[in-house]
Design a protein around this ligand. Structure first.
Ligand code: NAD
Ligand code: ZN
Ligand code: ZN
Length: 352
């Protein structure tokens, strides 16, 4: 029997740039021919959702906007051209809601680089609502035995850091510095890094983040709010004192993007993932050259990366902390996030 789909639903809607999100009833959207409709059970809250509400980036954002791109739920309807996914499947909506599937990047499975993407909770409505739409080709199929609350943050935070770690080219046994390690992406990054055989130096601020990082298995925690010489402290925390083989930049602050080259070891790779507003990556030419440093960006991941990131979770390798609150509480979550007070992730539970 086809699931009952109501006409109206609860959602968090940002009506103008700057917010706040308003909790209100809106119509349930109808899937197009190549789309599926998910009954969202849980959605993680990513810092990107806050950037979107604030209008932080030089990329136009849809208004009014239903944010959210870490949505896990159940397929309740599909268009006639939606293949590879069935009603009743558990599935996830990630940042890349859809892409053209015809350009050079889409054809070579580099679809995050597509010039005409649909972005969940940014250019199309996302997962801070009870029913959300995803392109059938891009939803992530989830094994039915996995908890939808725990898996929601994998759909952006997990996927993004897993891809970033691959892009870092760090090999098992090498040391990775994770900057912003106590946040949503950072907590995941520590778990994926460990599962991939990497040694972790965590950098973040405050004792709550320290506790989280120590529990997640980092070998050292450097508190950027207390360290008198962050560069020396990071180097000293690596086993031979030479610095990190790779640095994963997740912080929502500019300084680390200009400092990382100093604690990366020769031949080290710096991967920029965090996207603080109006910020620049900067490095001294001399050090970059004589240390043969690689600096690169990493942007979410493709469909296969998403499936692999989920598989790590399915095998019990990823246990990042999260707190669950009702959808109604999104404004409070944004407030805490803005103050850098969230250790791990907040996950919103949709009303029944
Ligand atoms: P978050 O707010 O949960 O975590 C950010 C962390 O950075 C916090 O723990 C904060 O204390 C820490 N921090 C702030 N200043 C710091 C400093 N100077 N040194 C070290 N740590 C510092 O955010 P999140 O959800 O983990 O997202 C992080 C960033 O990644 C955001 O900018 C987000 O938009 C971006 N992002 C990028 C991609 C991508 O594909 N590249 C995907 C998802 C998110
Ligand atoms: Zn995200
Ligand atoms: Zn494309």
């Amino acid at each position: 029997m086809a699931p009952q789909i109501p006409e109206k639903q609860w959602a968090q809607v940002v009506e103008k740039k700057g917010g706040p999100p308003i909790y209100k009833e809106i119509p349930v959207p109808k899937p197009g021919p190549d789309e599926v409709l998910l009954k969202i059970k849980y959605s993680g809250v990513c810092h990107t959702d806050l950037h979107a509400m604030k209008g932080d980036w030089p990329l136009p954002v849809k208004m009014p906007l239903v944010g959210g791109h870490e949505g896990a739920g159940i397929v309740v309807a599909k268009g006639e051209l939606a293949s590879g996914v069935e009603i009743g499947d558990h599935a996830g909506i990630k940042w890349l809601n859809g892409s053209c599937l015809a350009c050079e990047y889409c054809k070579t499975a580099d679809e995050p680089l597509c010039a005409t993407p649909q972005l969940s909770g940014y250019t199309v409505d996302g997962t801070f609502q009870q029913y959300a739409i995803g392109k059938a080709a891009h939803v992530t199929i989830l094994p039915k035995d996995l908890p939808l609350d725990g898996i929601a943050p994998i759909l952006c935070a997990g996927l993004t850091v897993y891809k970033g770690l691959k892009e870092s080219n760090a090999r098992p046994g090498q040391t990775i510095a994770i900057v912003g390690a106590g946040g949503g992406l950072g907590a995941m990054a520590q778990q994926y890094a460990k599962a991939m055989g990497l040694r972790v130096v965590a950098i973040d601020g405050g004792d709550e983040k320290r506790d989280v990082c120590e529990k997640l298995g980092s070998e050292a925690y450097i508190d950027f709010t207390k360290s008198k010489d962050l560069v020396s402290d990071v180097k000293a925390a690596t086993p031979d004192g030479l610095g990190a083989h790779a640095v994963i930049l997740l912080a929502v602050a500019e300084k680390p993007f200009q400092q990382a080259v100093e604690y990366a070891r020769p031949r080290g790779t710096i991967v920029a993932i965090g996207m603080p507003a109006n910020a620049f990556v900067k490095a001294p030419v001399f050090e970059t050259v004589v240390k043969m440093i690689t600096i690169k960006g990493s942007y979410v991941g493709n469909r296969q990366d998403a499936a692999e990131a989920v598989d790590f979770y399915a095998r019990g390798l990823i246990k990042a902390p999260f707190k669950t609150v009702p959808l109604e509480e999104l404004p409070r979550v944004f407030e805490l996030m803005d103050q850098g007070k969230i250790a791990g992730r907040y996950v919103l539970k949709m009303p029944e």
